[in-house]
Design a protein around this ligand. Structure first.
Ligand code: ADP
Length: 264
């Protein structure tokens, strides 16, 4: 096994062995630690909604002669927490499959500008309840070859974040541009922004900047990890710039005609 091999390496020539062993062990240990961490974080995230659903249901069962009308509040809590769990499990599955390369893309030709406009109008309905305006400005047509469902998911994650972290009366702008062999998506908002120290970590799994706010908004801390995976799987990249109190700009570049595969 790797430990024995490493020990043998050390026995043969201490400095060389240590060097080789170190090189072999570090990536393995890191990926193992990453996986353990992922499972621990996932379990931790699931524990709270499970506990809430359990406690609320037990309470309901203990109340004699209750009516649905009277217990509507509690039933809503159960529903909300169940939805949260379901979202979490879906996100976890996506990431677990992307890790094990079992998440295959189904590439087809489609028009990104059309998709973007469709999503913008869908989110406009939600945004209206907060008096947040969504503008959509695209080149046309922006034809790309990619997995339309995954790109839809990517747009939804970014618009959902922009909306979650933008207070009432704010603005969101979605843009789609052609740029040489890339399609460039921009999502800018006038929201709360991201603290400088949080910025390098927002793509980490389960990382949530403002924990209280993110949790209250139903965030799982997995959205940007998934968005990053989708961008990379399309031969692209995602970057984020933000100014606390001013707003956030996310930019995604997708190769218009990528050879699709796992980003690793
Ligand atoms: P979450 O489910 O918490 O939104 P994400 O992975 O999508 O998880 O985002 C990680 C963190 O990045 C969020 O908790 C939030 O702090 C920050 N963030 C992401 N998008 C925005 C945005 N548009 N404005 C402000 N903060 C953002």
């Amino acid at each position: 096994d790797i430990y024995a091999a490493a020990a043998a390496g050390v026995a043969i020539s201490f400095p060389l062995g240590l060097f080789l062993a170190g090189r072999a062990l570090v990536p393995i240990r890191r990926s193992w630690e990453k996986e353990t961490r992922f499972v621990a974080d996932a379990s931790h995230e699931l524990r709270t909604p499970i506990a809430i659903v359990q406690a609320q249901t037990e309470l309901l069962l203990r109340v004699p002669g209750h009516t649905i009308e009277r217990e509507a509040g509690q039933i809503n809590v159960i529903l909300k927490e169940s939805r949260r769990m379901s979202r979490l499990v879906n996100d976890l599955l996506t990431l677990a499959r992307s890790d094990s390369d079992r998440l295959l893309l189904r590439p087809a030709d489609f028009e990104l500008d059309v998709l973007a406009r469709e999503l913008a109008s869908r989110f406009r309905l939600l945004a209206a309840t907060k008096r947040v305006a969504i503008r959509c400005d695209t080149d046309a047509p922006v034809r790309i070859r990619g997995d339309e469902e995954r790109v839809r998911q990517l747009l939804a994650i970014l618009l959902d974040n922009a909306l979650k972290y933008t207070p009432p009366d704010g603005r969101i702008a979605l843009t789609v541009r052609r740029q040489a062999s890339f399609a460039v998506i921009g999502v800018a908002d006038t929201g709360c922004g991201i603290a400088k120290e949080d910025l390098p970590r927002v793509f980490d799994r389960f990382y949530r900047g403002d924990k209280a706010r993110s949790r209250a908004e139903g965030g799982t801390g997995l959205g940007l990890s998934i968005a990053e995976w989708i961008a990379k799987a399309h031969g692209g990249a995602i970057t984020i710039a933000s100014e606390p109190g001013e707003g956030t700009v996310v930019e995604v570049r997708l190769r218009a005609h990528a050879r699709h595969g796992s980003p690793g």
